[in-house]
Design a protein around this ligand. Sequence first.
Ligand SMILES: *Cc1c(COP(=O)(O)O)cnc(C)c1O
Length: 373
Amino acid sequence: MNCGLSRTTRATINLSNLKHNLSIARQNVADAHCMAIIKANGYGHGMVPIAQALSDNGSGADAFGVACLEEAISLREAGIAQRIVLLEGFIRADDLNFIRGYNLEPVIHSHHQLEILEADNGKPVQCWLKVDTGMHRLGFPVNEAKDAYQRLMNCESVAKPLHMMTHLANADDRDDMFTQQQCIQFKQLVDELGFDDEKSIANSAGILGWNQLCPNSHGQWLRPGIMLYGVSPFIDSHAEDHKLKPVMTLSSELIAVNHYKKGDAVGYGGIYQCEEDMPIGVVAIGYGDGYPRHAASGTPVLINNKEVTIVGRVSMDMITVDLRECADAKAGDEVILWGEGLPIEDIADSAGTIGYELLCGVTTRVNFVYKDE
Ligand SMILES: *Cc1c(COP(=O)(O)O)cnc(C)c1O
């Protein structure tokens, strides 16, 4: 349950920025199809409203990618009609009943799955063969991929033509040439198989940083995730460097402004001591809402369009901020924690994490408000 009546901790989700970000993915790679990645509750934004916003005729996503069956089924139950790819595939033979019933497309990455498909004689399922070109998480190694491809092609329970994909491990670092090696390996395999159907390599970092390296041929599918939500996928840039606009703005309000004396310690453990007599603001947000407990003193927050910083430890429901630079701030003023006006990349950096984790971690106590201009 959230505290929507009295507590104004809010995630405002800007759906027009979401659509703008999808159009940036399309602009980067001409003629490609877009599989919008909306796993993990749409990276914490609400999977169904995100899918609905990206279902507009013409400019929407061509398919959706999710991690597991449960996510795919919630999309179908909400009336989403696009193709849906199960990025982790399936694990049990029974899962194929759901895959057929809900018309889903599993990724096939293991011998275990191959054996289940070979033992099955139901109606053909559209599958994506996943090749491991260096991520070493899921997929057939390149030297086993041809055999896996042939076995799938011989399987009556598998729809033809097959689709193929791989996943990039280091694309977030634009100086790391491992990405190039992965793309070359995938292209060689595709060429050797004479494969000319749907294939997919690029996540957000691949789309924005490496698209010239990937085979720009017929049937290319992009798999944008984090960029759709207006966050840079790279270790060294901000969203706006790529013309991306933030989708989630996390905000709350000041619930108290207190005045302490020089040397007074603030919060659990007293890790911050007032440098002089000074005003300290208390903001109604904490790790119980998904604000990272590891955000260090010095992490910025935005009050009345002015950046001030966190002092002391993040608690479950509250944080404390240094108001010396914002003397007119008062209880009830809005505080922005990340999003419009305050890049989430900076908050992630201060908390020793990445934007992905912050977005996925926003809890159900926060009120979600969707707007579309
Ligand atoms: C999550 C995921 C993506 C999207 O990655 P981003 O870095 O968020 O763009 C693409 N492909 C696969 C297989 C994934 O698991």
